[in-house]
Write a protein that binds this ligand. Structure first.
Ligand SMILES: Cc1ncc(COP(=O)(O)O)c(C=O)c1O
Length: 436
């Protein structure tokens, strides 16, 4: 088996290792379900972005900022690791801003996304003097301006525009088409009208244009189309007398969930996007460039370990039931997404099985009819590429505590999230006196 994109995984004598640590031993030491995040892989993924885009600053003298999309994984150890490497934060809530500040992300590397910002969140962002609120509607712009006025401050605003680009990805993670809820439409003139409104407001400062077309992009052409539409819009704004300091080109590079598919990587993205941006040299002052990847920074670094608890045969399938479930990792249940599954003791004999969790939902299935190395009860099983949208989407459905999480590098293993206890499950519930 080849673990494309998971350089931290090796197989030694049939045993799967993560950063050199035997996966079955990690499972017995920390218990399962267990998220394992590889520090080594995360650093590699981040460094590839930096290396691929560093020429932009060298050539233009402009900033290049990577703001990690916190929604992908907000474990404090992960966010602090990225922050220490120089990574910023793309946040969408008060909670994510709180975590970014705890992770020591400098204010000038924090951008605030989302299509329904609340006044309290806006206040926190203004207090934190973040780089920009990415405004998603006129109503948000008005609220930001009013809130800044009440605070006697000026808020930096960028405008999330909708370029109507088909990202060629799963419809549930496509974000930049007219039919999506996000952004200010460019073609109809709504984006320009909103920016002109902002020009007249006293408590906002226009700093940028933001765009996001979708997640798990496996083609480069939508990024190219996006970059061209955004740069054309920046030229249009210049002709209207509006200077744009930052361009934030969102749209998440995909990762090879299916190990048989080769998809573009960071250097393919930089080559394609920077070639478009350079075409605008001389027409406008080139902007600072911001990217906000989530998945491509952390997905490949994460593994979910579970234990085979039961095996059963039905007339149509052989089921392997594991102790991890859709509450721990929702992606297959909500997007029918594919994740590679392998036992951590890899045997030569293979068989076709379906791997399921134990929740009372038929969608609680991690993989259907997969030809996998034979598994036995008490084997440790690894579900790959769960470092993004894994623990951050985990929940307590069926009253199951969220799993523990460890961080590995070649030297050590650290517990970075304690397993939730039974007491945690009811810690926020209140029983009124008459029911005591
Ligand atoms: C606005 C915005 N920024 C960043 C991201 C992160 O995308 P990805 O994890 O694909 O890199 C998303 C994900 O949908 C998003 O909506």
């Amino acid at each position: 088996m080849e673990f494309l994109g998971n350089e931290m995984i090796t197989v030694d004598g049939g045993n799967l290792k993560i950063d050199g640590h035997d996966a079955s031993k990690l499972a017995s030491t920390y218990g399962t379900p267990l998220y394992v995040m590889s520090e080594t892989q995360t650093v590699k993924n981040f460094t590839r972005y930096v290396e691929s885009f560093k020429e932009y600053s060298e050539k233009t003298g402009k900033e290049f900022i990577i703001s990690f999309a916190y929604k992908a994984n907000t474990n404090l150890a992960v966010t602090r690791l990225l922050s220490k490497l120089g990574c910023g934060a793309d946040i969408v809530s008060a909670g994510e801003l709180y975590i970014a500040k705890l992770s020591d992300v400098p204010s000038e590397k924090i951008v605030f996304n989302g299509n329904c910002k609340l006044k309290e969140e806006i206040k926190m962002g203004i207090e934190a003097e973040i780089r920009a609120f990415n405004v998603d509607s006129i109503s948000e712009l008005v609220l930001i301006n009013e809130t800044a006025k009440e605070m006697g401050k000026i808020a930096n605003v960028a405008f999330r525009v909708n370029p109507n680009v088909d990202a060629k990805t799963h419809p549930k993670i496509s974000t930049g088409m007219k039919k999506n809820k996000f952004g200010l439409d460019i073609e109809s003139g709504i984006a320009l009208e909103t920016i002109k409104m902002a020009e007249k407001m006293e408590n906002v400062k226009i700093v940028g244009i933001h765009c996001h077309i979708g997640s798990q992009l496996t083609y480069i052409s939508p990024f190219v189309e996006e970059a061209r539409k955004i740069m054309d819009f920046v030229v249009l704004l210049k002709n209207e007398g509006i200077k744009i300091r930052d361009v934030n080109l969102g749209g998440g590079l995909g990762i090879p969930y299916d190990k048989n598919t080769k998809i573009p990587v960071q250097k393919d993205l930089s080559k394609a996007v920077l070639d478009v941006i350079y075409e605008y040299e001389g027409k406008i002052e080139l902007p600072n460039l911001i990217l906000e990847p989530g998945r491509s920074l952390v997905a490949t670094a994460g593994v979910l370990l579970g234990t085979v608890e039961h095996v059963k045969e039905t007339p149509v399938a052989k089921w392997v039931m594991i102790d991890a479930g859709m509450n721990d990792m929702m992606r297959p249940a909500i997007y029918e997404s594919y994740h590679e599954i392998t036992p951590c003791t890899i045997r030569a004999e293979k068989e076709v099985v379906s791997v399921a969790g134990g929740l009372c939902e038929s969608s609680d299935v991690f993989g259907k009819d997969r030809e996998i190395s034979k598994m036995e009860v008490k084997d440790t099983v690894a579900i790959l590429d769960v470092g993004a949208y894994g623990i951050s989407m985990a929940n307590n459905y069926n009253s199951r505590g969220k799993p523990a999480m460890i961080l590995t590098n070649e030297k050590e293993v650290s517990l970075i999230r304690a397993r939730e206890t039974l007491a945690d499950l009811i810690s926020k519930d209140i029983v009124p006196n008459h029911l005591l």
